[in-house]
Design a protein around this ligand. Sequence first.
Ligand code: CMC
Length: 427
Amino acid sequence: MKKDTFTFTNNRTNQSYEFNILDSTRGPSVVDISSFYKETGMFTFDVGYTSTASCESAITLIDGEKGELRYRGVAIEELAENHSYLETCYLLLNGILPSKKELESFDLELRHRSFIDENLRMLIAAFPDSAHPMSILASGVTALASFYYEHLEMKKEEDCQEMARRIIAKIPTLAAFAYRKSLGVPFIYPDIDKSFTENFLYMLRAYPGGKMKRTIDGVEEIKAIEIKALDTIFTLHADHEQNASTTTVRTVASTGAHPYVAISAGISALWGRAHGGANESVMAQLEMIADVKNVDAFIERAKDPNDEFRLMGFGHRVYKNFDPRAKALKKLQDQLKDELTLDSHLMQIAERIEEIALNDDYFVSRNLYPNIDFYSGVILTALKIERPMFTAIFVIGRTVGWITQLMEFREDKSSKIARPRQLYSGK
Ligand code: CMC
């Protein structure tokens, strides 16, 4: 059967070229231009890859028009409401949700793997107290490649799974240590009696000896609602197909570098405020706006083409309707209102921004809706997590996505070193 093709005509030479159209199981089809240069002697030009599919993937689907996000075919809303982050990790890594027994064994394995080598702890201790947790985290994950150098060559599926589970388990410990380093307080080791998300909150909050804060009303417990809220945040961040950090991970992996070095590069890419760093910037911006009465003036600045100011937490390359992760977080925020202390002053400013932007022609015509980062900051603050840790929280959630994408890349026989070309305009 003849394949569907796409014809390019060069009107300088009147020559036409046909390229195969490949269909996705869902979403836009693609034109396979891998032989474009060979056949036409020209490159294609696509700054920021706005029209380019860089790989074939069966992990995550985003339907930007409908505002839909699915991991391995399962809707994000279903995962956020009815499954835990660890079930989501298992789903991403294995393609199916775990049975009760599989989940128990996965959970136990991660608990036991959550410790880091004492020398790595000392490396973290050597950072200045002023170090940003993201800087420590990126360095710590690069250092992990030295502690587990054997993961450079992975011959069997079990080796890949071990490599993946190891880093997923250790990332919260590294992040918590990075945080405690920035406060200048002693590190708290993981507690294997605690689940993934509870353990992370424990490592952030506990006093030496594993004691929790005491007040005259008694000992401060980690509330179930806090664990559920953070667990949902991790789930909503778990993967997002070929975004900037994932593309970075795949690019570094394409050179044959160690998987943990590729993840470290992903952490660095995520840090920028156009990507994962936006959650930190949203809170900084809300504080800068300071009062509901100032919102209009900042909206005008965001609309001014001569002003570099952007509304942080708004807009997305792919979502052109709404970001389903933002919708889920807004719902979570509403559920938490009665149980946790949300910063009502900052929330009022955020609500006013949202109200104006959702009705203003500038934002509506450009499909600029609140994204996940617009809501996560208020919730993280209510969980007593300090602002410099916000992007590190994103890292904890996203590590499973990066590692799953990296494993898919390694299994793909057609994968190549990432090596784009350029339109030269120099001397
Ligand atoms: N505030 C004001 N105007 C904006 C904003 C914004 N946040 N975002 C985009 N625009 C305007 C932009 O000026 C441009 O206008 P015009 O067509 O008149 O020149 C138009 O909208 C298209 O913007 P773009 O920069 O071409 O869009 P992009 O797809 O390259 O960028 C983005 C996407 C997320 C980087 C951008 O919307 C942005 O910088 N948002 C703020 C940062 C942010 O919240 N990032 C988190 C993204 S979600 C978490 C994640 O997955 O990383």
